[in-house]
Design a binder for this molecule. Sequence first.
Ligand code: PMP
Length: 439
Amino acid sequence: MTDVEQQATPASSQWFERARAVSPGGVNSPVRAFRAVGGTPRFMVSAEGSWLTDADDTTYLDLVGSWGPMLLGHAHPQVISAVQDVAARGTSFGTPSLPEVELAEEIVARAPVESVRLVSSGTEATMSAIRLARGFTGRNRIVKFAGCYHGHVDALLAEAGSGLVTLGIPGTPGVPEHVTADVIVLPYNDTAAVTEAFERYGDEIACLVTEAAAGNMGVVAPDPGFNAFLARTCREHGALFVSDEVMTGFRLSRAGHWGIEGAKEGWRPDLLTFGKVMGGGFPAAAFGGRRDVMDHLAPSGPVYQAGTLSGNPVATTAGLTTLRLADDAVYRSIDEWSAEARRLVSDALDEAGVPHVVQEVGSMFSILWGTTTRARSFADVQAQEAWRYGPFFHAMLEAGIYLPPSAYESWFVSAAHDDQGLSRMASALPAAARAAAAA
Ligand code: PMP
């Protein structure tokens, strides 16, 4: 941290020092640290709508949205009031409760799942889904794609995205080799590699797990027909197709990414995982899918999975209230704001002479730096001029815009983003684009 920064953010600097004294890197999740971009992480104290306020009383336009959950914006009055009401009646019972049933019903109504199990994080959701897939098929091998992140599940950290790319952690220290021995990692959007892997190992593959659209190596859209091809290939080989919609679920449409692709093309994953938006800013996540597969879970079946706080009434009430409010108008407004923001960013970068691609899927987007060729894989993404992002990020931060502190993360928009946010973007972007050009 520089002296200039310490002066500019004295309270955050002090909190960061205290945090580092008692926790590794001073953060409880690596991507929150400013390792890739340098400087002092801002310690936020409150948030409302599309705005965050830090410990130094500086207000930022928020394009992180808690990494996806805040679809309606921060502190939505109806979500807060529902949470207050339910919390006043007790915060955890360790018994079945009402809102968890209603949330499961809402998920089943929106997404292509017949039955769901609620958990507390996306990591738990994907970990449990692959255990279930292995238990259901009696097979051990798993296929995943390089650059896709599915939480910090031991087996799925191989060539994963998100904080691992940001921090340049290639492998999985702490994960014994035998745990990843059954994991086949393939290049994203590479149908030939998928075909070859299934020809070779088809009858040993329990499941293929993929992000419904990749958002953890920056945004990399699936090629048209790619997910349909994966679904078909899995079916031909008796493997389960697991679509990870933790990031995209209930964000890209009422039914997540599947709603803008699978619903139209007529295919369904066997299992899906959800998190983020469905918790409304609280720890709630889920996995679900075909009833015959889900019925293999305890107590209906032999595959064990459990959680003290699973289906927690406060978390499920926040999620349920969020989903009930997430109507077509919400998705329309997010799509429109995102399109306008993408146009502003792209125009400013063009103006400053920075070659780039706006990588997008629905309302999620990120910038690929120093090239005009769309990235389709992790290798493509890694070849970009990522160093241009730090100066861009800091110029935006200085102008009161909080972006993901890494080039390898999606930007997230909420229904609370409005014209005031766009004007702040418009005034901040020219200087930020010049900073990127000069880098
Ligand atoms: N899957 C995907 C696609 C994700 O984006 C994430 C989190 N960014 C996870 C799983 C893990 O979720 P969590 O951080 O809640 O464990």
